[in-house]
Design a binder for this molecule. Structure first.
Ligand SMILES: Cc1ncc(COP(=O)(O)O)c(C=O)c1O
Length: 425
């Protein structure tokens, strides 16, 4: 019998990893309190729980003015609009990220310009970004991807040189720090998702950290149907003018769940960081595995998913085959996003911005050359689920054992994969 679970052998980890989100009586009590208060929604903005969340979240990240809202996509659109970026402006986004990073500029009327990533950490490559800058470039959205942070020193230097607004997409980086500064507090804005898979969650939700009280007031106004808000994004300020806005307020029910999540966060973060270091060490001994480079300026590591790379020739199979086999071993994992220029979302029929005749230079995907993102997305990257790191060293040991087992049996696995795909080997 084969050693591999996918070919009928025993599973490395027969017990499921713990579920996310975690909850206990505190969440039930918090929601019950809001239900009994009768103040469920987000109007008038901010409600008491939302205001408390703004304060506690800014404390947690170590700075900025926090404006809670409906999700971590709107946060980026609102940031762009608050900064006056819109129709015809260009916004640099990395080629390896969730589609929201590029669809948010499109929703604001701007053009996402896709740039390649650094193979060491799979985050936006500042050198590639500089080459893509034109007189129309107004903003840059680095994504702190998976378990890494983009080089914020180089990105802030670019922003200064070319007068760009920086929106850090921190959907994966709650609690992370760069040279001791919290993710999202370095650029002009930090955009956080609190969607249910994220490491701080309110089911759905987002928080925009703003560098200045003026930007926070604008953001609060945009998400509250244009009502004017006080500096810092607090109470409505009726002495000011309305602006164009929509209803993207966070509800009190969501805010109260996020507040309980913040209570739990430090202990979870400590455990994740310790287990990720343990994983780095264990994985570095597996042939064909490349542990992503941890920049020493990335002083506190936090993660949504732990990403590593394989060198398929040395490991023996491609990343999709490895992920299929890992899943069968009971190790929750994913091959990650597609490269941005392969997303169907941006094909001409989906957006007027993407009509080739309108902006051929940005949406001519066939001719885009993004080798690092392509390699990561098509061959190399493996995203391990956060749950793997939430049950002590045994959870990590099981994942490493499964990866080693697959590597030892790679030839047999490749043969089976070829047969399955109808290739002769
Ligand atoms: C990198 C990244 N940016 C933005 C988002 C958007 O967040 P939301 O789902 O809250 O809109 C997500 C995830 O969902 C994400 O992974």
């Amino acid at each position: 019998m084969s050693e591999l679970a996918i070919l009928g052998g025993p599973k490395t980890r027969p017990t499921a990893y713990p579920q996310w989100p975690v909850w206990d009586q505190r969440d039930i009590d918090a929601v019950t309190e809001v239900i009994k208060s009768g103040r469920w929604g987000g109007y008038p903005y901010p409600g008491p729980k939302t205001a408390e969340l703004s304060k506690k979240f800014a404390e947690m990240q170590g700075g900025g003015y926090a404006v809670p809202m409906v999700n971590g996509t709107i946060t980026m659109e609102v940031a762009l609009r608050a900064a006056g970026i819109g129709w015809g402006d260009e916004v640099l986004v990395p080629a390896y990220t969730f589609q929201a990073t590029a669809s948010a500029p499109m929703a604001a009327g701007a053009i996402p310009v896709i740039v390649d990533v650094d193979p060491n950490n799979y985050c936006l490559d500042p050198k590639a970004a500089e080459k893509a800058i034109t007189p129309k470039t107004k903003a840059i959205i680095p994504v702190h991807l998976g378990s890494n942070m983009a080089d914020m020193d180089a990105i802030m230097a670019l922003a200064e040189k070319y007068n760009l607004i920086v929106i850090e997409d921190c959907a994966h980086a709650h609690g992370a720090k760069w040279r001791g500064k919290g993710a999202g507090t370095i650029g002009h804005f930090g955009s956080f998702s609190l969607q249910s898979s994220k490491i701080l969650t309110s089911g759905e939700g987002g928080i925009l950290l703003c560098k200045t009280p003026e930007l926070a007031a604008k953001a609060a106004s945009i998400i509250d149907c244009g009502r004017p808000h006080a500096l810092g994004g607090g109470e409505e300020d009726e002495s000011q003018e309305y602006q164009v806005g929509g209803n993207f307020r966070m509800s009190e029910l969501q805010a109260t769940l996020a507040l309980v999540g913040i209570e739990r966060f430090p202990e979870q973060a400590q455990q994740r960081e310790a287990m990720a270091a343990y994983m780095d060490e264990a994985l570095s001994e597996v042939p064909g595995v490349r542990v992503l480079k941890r920049d020493e300026r990335h002083t506190t590591r936090s993660f949504y998913r732990y990403i590593f790379a394989i060198q398929p020739e040395e490991f023996g199979v491609e990343h999709d085959v490895l992920c299929g086999a890992l899943d069968a071993e009971g190790i929750e994992c994913w091959v990650g996003y597609e490269a941005m220029h392969n997303y169907k979302l941006f094909q001409p029929q989906k957006s007027k911005l993407a009509v080739p005749n309108a902006f051929p230079q940005y949406f001519d995907f066939q001719n885009m050359h993004l080798p690092e993102a392509t390699r990561a997305c098509e061959h190399e990257a493996v995203w391990l689920d956060e749950a793997v790191f939430r049950c002590g060293p045994q959870g990590v040991d099981d994942a490493v054992e499964a990866i080693k087992k697959i590597q030892r049996n790679a030839a047999e696995l490749q043969k089976a994969a070829d047969a399955f795909r109808g290739k002769s080997s």
